[in-house]
Design a protein around this ligand. Structure first.
Ligand code: SF4
Ligand code: SF4
Length: 247
């Protein structure tokens, strides 16, 4: 069977999503038999795009001209372009300050230095190119990345989660941090898939997987209000990982 040619790279990101894939040590030998990691600058050379790709797997949001150029080129060369991680899907933490002036932010961080490349408001990938599928999470779960690759071998793309973190919490028989401990846990509004990773360790869900489109916002806000969390507090917490999240 012919190996699938992959391009894997990051835009404005912390590399955590790509590292999650590289952390699949047990599976990497099998993956190398089935995939040609033709462009994966974090892991290997070459550092230039060559030819066409069966899929491009892209981490991070886009905030610099050279990233935009690379993304467009990947799109043109790839059958599928897949956004991986909350930054790529929603903007993520890099887009936290999107309501503020870029120039003001640049000066706060870099002063008058001119060595910094010009940047623009960080954008999720789908603001610039067609995205064929997404995997959210900061970072995504290893199993989700492996399922993505397995699906590609079968010609299938991943589908979005349609249940909240709360569902996974119930499956794991955790106590509810919101109703039983009065903590601001976002689980009921957030896409599941992490097996309720944080609440299972008694840490409230911070919303790193981004919004669940089917969530019942009105009812959620009523429950939060009952527990003493007003709309603004919930909203501020939700926007940490998905700055465009509007209630
Ligand atoms: S989604 Fe999280 S882990 Fe992935 S690049 Fe963004 S900040 Fe890093
Ligand atoms: S519980 Fe919430 S914050 Fe924790 S990994 Fe899952 S989605 Fe992210």
């Amino acid at each position: 069977m012919k190996k699938l040619r992959l391009a894997i790279t990051g835009m404005t990101a912390c590399s955590g999503c790509q590292l999650s894939l590289l952390n699949c040590e047990n599976e990497l030998p099998d993956l190398l038999e089935k995939f040609d990691f033709s462009f994966f600058p974090l892991a290997s050379s070459p550092l230039d795009l060559i030819g066409e790709y069966d899929a491009s797997i892209v981490e991070g949001c886009v905030s610099m001209p050279h990233e935009k150029k690379l993304l467009l080129e990947l799109r043109n060369r790839s059958r599928y372009l897949i956004a991986v991680g909350t930054c790529a899907v929603f903007g993520g933490v890099a887009a936290l300050k999107n309501d503020e002036e870029r120039e003001v932010l640049r000066k706060q961080v870099y002063g008058s230095s001119s060595i910094v490349e010009s940047t623009f408001r960080p954008l999720p990938l789908n603001n610039l190119v067609q995205v064929d599928a997404s995997i959210t999470g900061c970072p995504p779960e290893k199993m989700e990345l492996l399922r993505l690759l397995g699906g590609l071998l079968a010609g299938a793309l991943p589908v979005d989660s349609d249940y909240p973190v709360c569902t996974e919490c119930r499956i794991r028989e955790n106590i509810c941090l919101l109703t039983e401990r009065g903590e601001l846990c976002l689980g009921m509004l957030v896409s599941g898939g992490c097996h309720a990773r944080c609440p299972s360790m008694a840490v409230p869900c911070e919303g790193c997987r981004g919004p669940l489109p089917e969530a019942n916002l009105r009812e959620a806000l009523r429950i939060y209000a009952e527990k003493g969390f007003d709309r603004e507090t919930v909203f501020a917490r939700l926007r940490r990982f998905c700055p465009e999240w509007r209630l």
